[in-house]
Design a protein around this ligand. Structure first.
Ligand SMILES: C[S@@+](CC[C@H](N)C(=O)[O-])C[C@H]1O[C@@H](n2cnc3c(N)ncnc32)[C@H](O)[C@@H]1O
Length: 253
């Protein structure tokens, strides 16, 4: 897939995370000039934050290390599925993983859902345009929904995937609720491959606790894989709320 020119997959670092600290840095710099340097230290701190997020933005993009696409590829590479039936991508953003699924499994019917909130520069319209460009628009459907309350019956999908979404879900008190909701819509015998910041203990507990609780929800097989250790992920973006706590939970219902 040529991600460089035509596709609009967006960036996991929203531009406002670069622009806001940069503007604050400039304001502090100006205040520093009129207050004999009083605001120079905060100015430097804001500028450093802006530079950090700008660098992360670049590394994530196809023009940098293409980390976003490679992280999504980790999900695809953990899928062990024959490829016929229905697949769901939860929190699909602008549809990059949904489209990767459609290309990898040409016989499957793929659905991407997202709530497309204001925090992200993603939309259903862009998903549809990306799917058209990839030539998979006939087999891919997009739907607006929250990961916490999926508009599907129990046991509906043969494959459920998600990438970097569950920690973002705000309308739940326990981030694990969205995992349970994802597994609710999976058929018995269906396959799940979910990637998120699963090593964030305040959200998910330890990896052993998370695996145990998922077994208690009736899964036949549950595996936990640390993907934050992948060699293509530079240390710079390994902060806990970046990719430093990335892991995949995968298995069979
Ligand atoms: C880091 S982006 C990942 C997008 C996509 N999975 C990818 O790999 O590029 C996080 C996504 O989670 C979505 N999201 C956040 N909260 C959500 C919710 N409650 N329900 C559905 N999607 C949600 C956002 O809209 C955004 O598209």
């Amino acid at each position: 897939m040529n991600t460089k020119k035509v596709f609009k997959f967006g960036n996991w670092v929203p531009v406002k995370m670069i622009v806001a600290p940069m503007l604050l840095g400039i304001i502090c710099l100006m205040l520093g000039v009129v207050t004999n340097g009083l605001f120079f230290i905060p100015a430097m701190l804001f500028m450093a934050v802006a530079v950090y997020f700008a660098t992360a933005w670049h590394l994530f993009s196809p023009g940098g290390l293409n980390i976003q696409s490679r992280v999504q590829d980790l999900v695809v590479s953990h899928i062990s599925w024959k490829g016929s039936g229905k697949a769901l991508d939860i929190g699909c953003g602008n549809g990059p993983l949904t489209i990767k699924l459609a290309l990898r499994f040409p016989e499957a019917e793929i659905t991407g859902v997202d709530f497309w909130g204001k925090n992200w520069d993603y939309s259903m319209l862009t998903c549809l345009e990306n799917a058209r460009l990839a030539g998979v628009d006939g087999r891919v459907t997009f739907k607006k929904a929250s990961a916490s309350a999926l508009p599907f019956e129990d046991n509906h999908f043969d494959l459920v995937v998600s990438n970097l979404v569950f920690h973002e879900v705000q309308d739940v008190t326990d981030k694990r609720q969205s995992i349970r909701e994802a597994l609710r819509v999976l058929k018995p015998g269906g396959v799940f491959v979910l990637q998120d910041l699963f090593l964030l203990k305040p959200y998910y507990g330890t990896s052993e606790e998370l695996v145990n609780v998922i077994y208690q929800w009736g899964m036949k097989k549950v595996n936990f894989t640390r993907t934050c250790d992948e060699s293509f992920i530079p240390n710079l973006v390994k902060l806990p709320f970046m990719l430093g706590t990335l892991a995949i939970v995968h298995g069979v219902k």
